[in-house]
Design a protein around this ligand. Structure first.
Ligand code: HEM
Length: 411
């Protein structure tokens, strides 16, 4: 039985997941927080569990021992104000809120946003393109999604650097004091509540104004729900996109043949190949390692295993996406992979709401980066790279690269 949640596991969890898939596909484990939970690792079981309405997203269904109440680290269990959001609720509230946000967060709004994402991407690359080296997490993958989501929500430009700092505090918790996260969440909440107030009197064409408009037309949205909605968009749309750009670029750097395949296709202007490639990068080493918490509302079975009422269930997307029963040669990165029904964006009613935005950002980021700097090289031993802690997400803390600087190309 391989050890889970160790240092080695964080840098490469895939061998341990392969073992679990084969020998203990629905496995009860004790998490580093002390909470006991079931890990679901096979593709078929994962897909079924993600869509199973008997598994609730509401942490009130967690049957935790009384001594652990409030100390499990499960988001939402403390009923903090921003926590009544899409990922912690079930129908009918989920249906109502999801319908409402879908009216404001439309594919059209995302498509209209493309020029701004391109501008942000170009600006960020401009800042390091002449230097010949960069940390692609710090200099590129981290700032892009935060500015993008701020613009989309309607956070004024002059406040966006504050947001960037708070978001940074939230994701640095792997190594830093947890008080920093609470402080950042408090600041974000205060800011969002105030911004929503201001927008009520001055509607624009941003997402927050869209949410207010949608809620004024019939469906009700409380002030707390509006703030929680903005918070979940930030929370779900920020670290995930950093990791897609970071893990994606890293996977390409570790697979030079696939890197060359992609740069060649970009040079030919083959946009379709880029879309296929992005789905494969999501499958191969995606941003979300485990889907968010689910709790059994009644006794049930997953993959033949009995699960008791109140038990937490964690679907391991990273394991399901490499299941040989579903994918040929699953441990190989194949950017041209034809059918690719990966679970990287989840499945069922909680399927990623932001997938069109994530795709736009990742497509723009990778296409621009690899077109402008096609000779990127990893500037560190992979063994020395640090992965961010945390149960749900999988992402690098840093990604040092070197390249021929644009400056020397032009001189
Ligand atoms: C590469 C980037 C992304 C990945 C891999 C990703 C992945 C996921 C996954 C796996 C879920 C389902 C979680 C579960 O069922 O437990 C999810 C839900 C969600 N995602 Fe994303 N996401 C990404 C980007 C975004 C972006 C950019 C946004 C918005 C700005 C976003 C907003 C959401 C929201 C609001 C939910 C909850 C939906 C619901 O509960 O109905 N995501 N995402």
């Amino acid at each position: 039985m391989p050890e889970l949640f160790t240092w080695e596991f964080a840098s490469d969890p895939y061998p341990a997941y392969a073992w679990l898939r084969e020998h203990a596909p629905v496995h009860r484990t004790t998490l580093p927080s002390g909470v006991e939970a079931w890990l679901v690792t096979r593709y078929a079981d994962a897909r079924q569990a993600l869509a199973d309405q008997r598994l609730s997203k509401n942490p009130e269904h967690h049957d935790e021992p009384s001594h652990a109440k409030g100390k499990t680290g499960i988001p939402g269990e403390r009923k903090a104000e921003l926590m009544t959001h899409l990922l912690n609720i079930d129908p009918p509230d989920h249906t109502r809120l999801r319908r409402l946000v879908s009216k404001a967060f439309t594919p059209r709004r995302v498509a209209e946003f493309a020029p701004r994402v391109q501008e942000l991407t170009d600006d960020l690359i401009d800042r390091f393109a002449a230097k010949g080296e960069a940390d692609l997490i710090h200099d590129f993958a981290f700032p892009l999604p935060i500015y993008a989501i701020c613009d989309l929500l309607g956070v004024p430009r002059e406040d966006q650097d504050d947001f960037r700092d708070w978001a940074g505090m939230m994701i640095r918790h792997g190594g830093g004091p947890r008080g920093g996260v609470a402080r950042a969440v408090k600041k974000i909440r205060a800011y969002l509540v105030d911004l929503i107030h201001r927008k009520r009197n001055d509607l624009g064409d941003d997402l927050i104004s869209g949410l207010i408009r949608a809620s004024d037309h019939g469906e009700h949205l409380t002030e707390n729900e509006a703030a929680a909605m903005c918070f979940v968009l930030l929370l779900a749309g920020f670290e995930t996109t950093i990791n897609l750009i970071g893990n994606g670029t890293y996977s390409l750097l570790r697979n030079p043949d696939q890197f060359a395949r992609l740069t060649d296709s970009l040079a030919r202007g083959d946009e379709g190949f880029l879309d296929t490639a992005l789905e494969e990068l999501l499958r191969y080493d995606g941003p979300v390692e485990l889907a968010t918490w689910r709790f059994a509302t009644q006794p049930l079975q997953i993959g033949g295993q009995d699960i008791a009422k109140g038990d937490p269930v964690l679907v391991v997307l990273a394991a399901a996406n490499r299941d040989p029963a579903r994918f040929d040669d699953p441990d190989a990165l194949d950017l041209g992979r034809g059918t690719n029904p990966h679970l990287g964006y989840g499945h069922g009613i909680h399927y990623c709401l932001g997938a069109p935005l994530a795709r736009l950002e990742a497509r723009t980021a990778l296409a621009t980066l690899l077109t402008r700097l096609p000779d990127l090289h990893l500037a560190a031993d992979p063994a020395d790279l640090r992965w961010r802690g945390g149960l749900i997400m999988r992402g690098l803390r840093n990604l040092p690269v070197t390249f021929t600087s644009e400056h020397s190309k032009h001189s």
